[in-house]
Design a protein around this ligand. Structure first.
Ligand code: NAP
Length: 246
């Protein structure tokens, strides 16, 4: 029996790498994205070639009405939900705290925090209803520890909220056979840095990484798949750094 996994932000980067690996490891997939339909379709095609059933569930996780639509598509396509990778996330342009605007802060927290919590809520409701339990992996960031001064303190604070949410939710549902953990990626080769206006960010910062290199989306995906899997059957409420030691 193939279990069903929802990955938010599955059209690119860490989400896309996780989808490809999850398909190979026996998961069927609900693939969320916001704008990049071509990216999501390419991921779905690769996953189907690896034997997975897939549905695309587009929607902006910052909008509660669109979260309802995302889960409507999942409920129509599958009769269960066993896993969630709460991965959709954004950064913004490098800025000091003195330059942060209300609009920017609202968007950052709507996507990275409120969206992630509402998606987890919907997933947990389904895992509880099935009685089968499940596994949730929230994607935090090393920024939650580092603070990201003079870069994006708002992003770092949003990811610290994810760490705390992970522990709280894990404790709430542990006795119901639902495990909840987080991954804190470090500097990972994806397009998120260019989207934040700094395509050269990895090159600039890798000298600060003990392993002296950036990580790949596949390296993060492998850690995510471990936490999702029964190999991590006694692991909950924890946060795993995938940072090359940073
Ligand atoms: P990415 O390459 O920019 O991909 C982001 C994905 O999230 C895309 O599929 C994008 O979809 C989707 N997305 C963005 N906003 C969304 C929204 N409002 N609703 C639904 N989907 C949305 O980023 P990434 O580097 O893979 O990052 C994935 C996660 O890892 C994020 O939570 C990020 O904060 C975290 N992270 C990344 C790094 C790193 O160095 N790369 C380090 C630490 C943490 P569309 O393009 O279709 O809109």
């Amino acid at each position: 029996m193939r279990r069903v996994l929802l990955i938010t932000g599955a059209s690119a980067g860490i989400g896309a790498a996780t989808a490809r690996l999850a398909a190979a490891r026996g998961w069927d997939l609900a693939l969320n994205y916001r704008t990049d339909r071509a990216g999501a379709e390419a991921v779905a095609q690769a996953a189907e070639e690896a034997g997975a059933r897939t549905v695309l569930c587009p929607g902006d996780v910052a909008d509660p009405a669109q979260i309802e639509q995302i889960f409507g598509v999942i409920d129509a396509g599958f009769d269960r939900l066993d896993g969630l990778v709460n991965n959709a996330g954004i950064v913004d342009m490098t800025a000091s705290v003195t330059d942060l605007t209300h609009d920017r802060l609202r968007r950052m927290f709507d996507v990275n925090v409120i969206g992630a919590i509402l998606v987890a809520k919907e997933a947990v409701q389904r895992m509880l209803a099935s009685g089968q339990g499940g596994s949730i992996v929230n994607i935090s960031s090393a920024a939650a520890r580092l603070g990201s001064a003079n870069q994006y303190v708002d992003y770092a604070a949003s990811k610290a909220a994810i760490d705390t949410f992970t522990k709280g939710l894990a404790d709430e549902v542990a006795a119901r056979n639902i495990r909840v953990n987080a991954i804190r990626p470090g500097l990972i080769e994806t397009e998120i840095h260019a989207k934040g206006g700094e395509p050269d960010r990895l090159h600039r910062l890798t000298p600060n990484v003990p392993m002296r290199r950036a990580g790949t989306a596949d390296e993060v995906a492998r850690a995510i798949l471990y936490l999702l899997s029964d190999e991590a059957s006694y692991v909950t409420g924890t946060t795993l750094d995938v940072t090359g030691g940073r």
